[in-house]
Write a protein that binds this ligand. Sequence first.
Ligand code: H2B
Length: 97
Amino acid sequence: MLPKLTPAEIEQQLSGLPGWTAVNGKLHREYTFADFVNAFGFMAQAALLAQAMNHHPEWFNVWSRVVVDLSTHDSGGITGLDFELARRMEAVAGKLQ
Ligand code: H2B
């Protein structure tokens, strides 16, 4: 099982991920896209990344907005895998925004 990151490690890694925060033990980000097609396009691409990593987001969508929370359920907190998925989501979102 992957180790939970410490609060200090989380803060340090968050400094390289603008827009992301740690909320209730999860990495949190809210994206706003141009419209629903772009929001869902992001989710479709991110879903394939998540499946390839076997690491899945909690997320919520209304029209152009996607709210993402990442944690590692097996470890009971935030791990390096959550940061890796967050970075990959940023790359996908950057192409759609
Ligand atoms: N996703 C996330 N976010 N955390 C996990 O601990 C996790 C997962 N575990 N996706 C995986 C699936 C596990 O439950 C399965 C059995 O591989």
